[in-house]
Write a protein that binds this ligand. Structure first.
Ligand code: S3P
Length: 441
């Protein structure tokens, strides 16, 4: 007989947010650290790796391709890099769970291998668009097939050597940019990617740290195939995307005062801070430092009164993962917040425009979804039941909404929180949130 197991959160109002917190490691940097460490010569040592389902899917994929990876007793990862041409064909299809970053970046690497491979994931991943990477990869000479021409599983056939490409991103996406740059490592000649608006640049920074020549001129980034990566030591900062839930929680809670330690503040990721500050949030950055090519700071947040704004277009790609929690901030703000130019939210782990609008309405907030964004009118959060539709960031966003609700909020389908934020419930309890996890059959 089939058994179903899922989790729900029940969050009571009246929580407090105080103290000091370090959220888990950055997901984007953790994926890239495994990938580049595996493709480098020599040893790569990773401190602060995000031990979550998404990043462990990447780790397991490289183990299955013959890369020795060990964990030390102090929790560091040691990768014995096999070099750009040292991966072995896996004996079975690679399974990447819920992770869009893993599948899109890995497909770029797989396109350069001399073996064929199949890559797939869970139900949500199997619905996500892949033509955005298969088209340019195939234009480079790869042979990547997608189901219905767009979705995972992807089959990457062995082929002739790739040719470099000069490609302008049709949508702002660091995943497409990174996929093509990683394929470019294996291509004849130069691969250039031009992005009309900046997106996260961890791949470029990390390639540089691994000693791979990469050039940026304005919006265009280029590299030559056939170089070498040399193993390094990486310190993964705390993930600003995870910190964002606690930043908003502190802002919307009376008397909230929280210090978030060692958070990555790469300027291509700090849209959430810029947007919240424009809404009136009291957020200050302390002890700013640069570690291994990434900027890091301790973030001090205090309870603040927010007002609605029209979110600037240039901030959208810089806050693309933070809109679920920004919508909660908007629900607690005075007046209207308007988001446009964010159609990409419809093809994330869920349709985040629809799922967030449905959830906000279920707890008493006036939210109007549009094709490319949302209009949220701040008001009194009543409480109620919302469905996260298996989306980790939606589940964590509605957890924080309970802090200024009149009654409890129950959030259904929360199991996937472990894809990006292990220990979320414990950390939330430690900071003063009244949250209970219920396992259901
Ligand atoms: C990511 C890029 C973003 C983001 C995702 C992580 C990355 O996706 O939403 O969670 O690590 O490159 P897109 O590049 O598709 O916008």
């Amino acid at each position: 007989m089939e058994t179903f197991s899922t989790q729900k959160f029940i969050v009571n109002p009246g929580g407090k947010i105080n103290g000091t917190l370090r959220v888990p490691g950055d997901k984007s940097i953790s994926h890239r650290a495994i990938m580049l460490g595996a493709l480098a010569k020599g040893i790569t040592q990773i401190n602060g790796f995000l031990d979550a389902e998404d990043t462990n899917a990447t780790l397991d994929a490289f183990k299955e391709m013959g890369v020795p990876i060990e964990e030390t007793t102090s929790g560091e990862l040691i990768i014995h890099g096999v070099g750009l041409h040292g991966l072995q064909a896996p004996s079975a299809p690679l399974y990447l769970g819920n992770s869009g970053t893993a599948i899109r970046l890995l497909t770029g690497i797989m396109a350069g291998q001399t073996f064929s491979v199949e890559i797939g994931g869970d139900e949500s991943l199997s619905r996500r668009p892949m033509r955005r990477i298969t088209e340019p990869l195939n234009a480079m000479g790869a042979h990547v097939l997608a189901s219905d021409n767009d979705n995972p599983p992807l089959i990457i056939l062995d082929k002739q050597r790739l040719q470099g490409i000069d490609y302008t991103l049709p949508i702002p996406s660091a995943q497409i940019k990174s996929c093509l740059l990683l394929a470019g490592l294996y291509a004849n000649g130069t691969t250039c990617v031009t992005e009309p608006v900046p997106t996260r640049d961890h791949t470029e920074r990390m390639l540089h740290s691994f000693g791979y020549p990469i050039k940026r001129e304005g919006r265009r980034v280029c590299l030559q195939g056939g170089g070498k990566l040399q193993g390094i030591s990486i310190d993964v900062p705390a993930d600003i995307s995870s910190a964002a839930f606690f930043i908003v929680a502190t802002i919307i809670t009376k008397g909230g005062d929280l210090l978030l330690n060692h958070v990555g503040i790469n300027p291509t990721r700090t849209g959430v801070i810029n947007i919240l500050r424009q809404m009136g949030a009291n957020i200050t950055l302390h002890n700013q430092r640069n570690i291994g090519g990434e900027q890091i700071a301790d973030i001090h947040v205090r309870s603040s009164s927010l007002h609605g704004i029209k979110i600037p277009q240039d901030q959208v790609p810089l806050a693309i993962d933070e809109f679920p929690i920004i919508f909660i901030a908007a629900a607690c703000a005075k007046g209207e917040t308007v988001l446009t130019g964010a159609e990409e939210l419809r093809v994330k782990e869920s349709d985040r425009i629809q799922v967030m609008a449905d959830g906000l309405r279920a707890i008493g907030i006036d939210a109007k979804p549009t094709t490319d964004g949302m209009v949220v009118r701040g008001g009194k959060i009543r409480g109620g039941v919302v469905n996260s539709c298996g989306d980790h960031r939606v589940a964590m966003a509605f957890t924080m909404a309970a802090l200024c609700a009149k009654e409890a909020i129950t959030i259904e389908d929360c199991t996937n929180v472990s894809t990006s934020f292990p220990n979320f419930v414990n950390l939330a309890q430690e900071t003063g949130i009244d949250i209970k996890l219920v396992n259901q059959l």
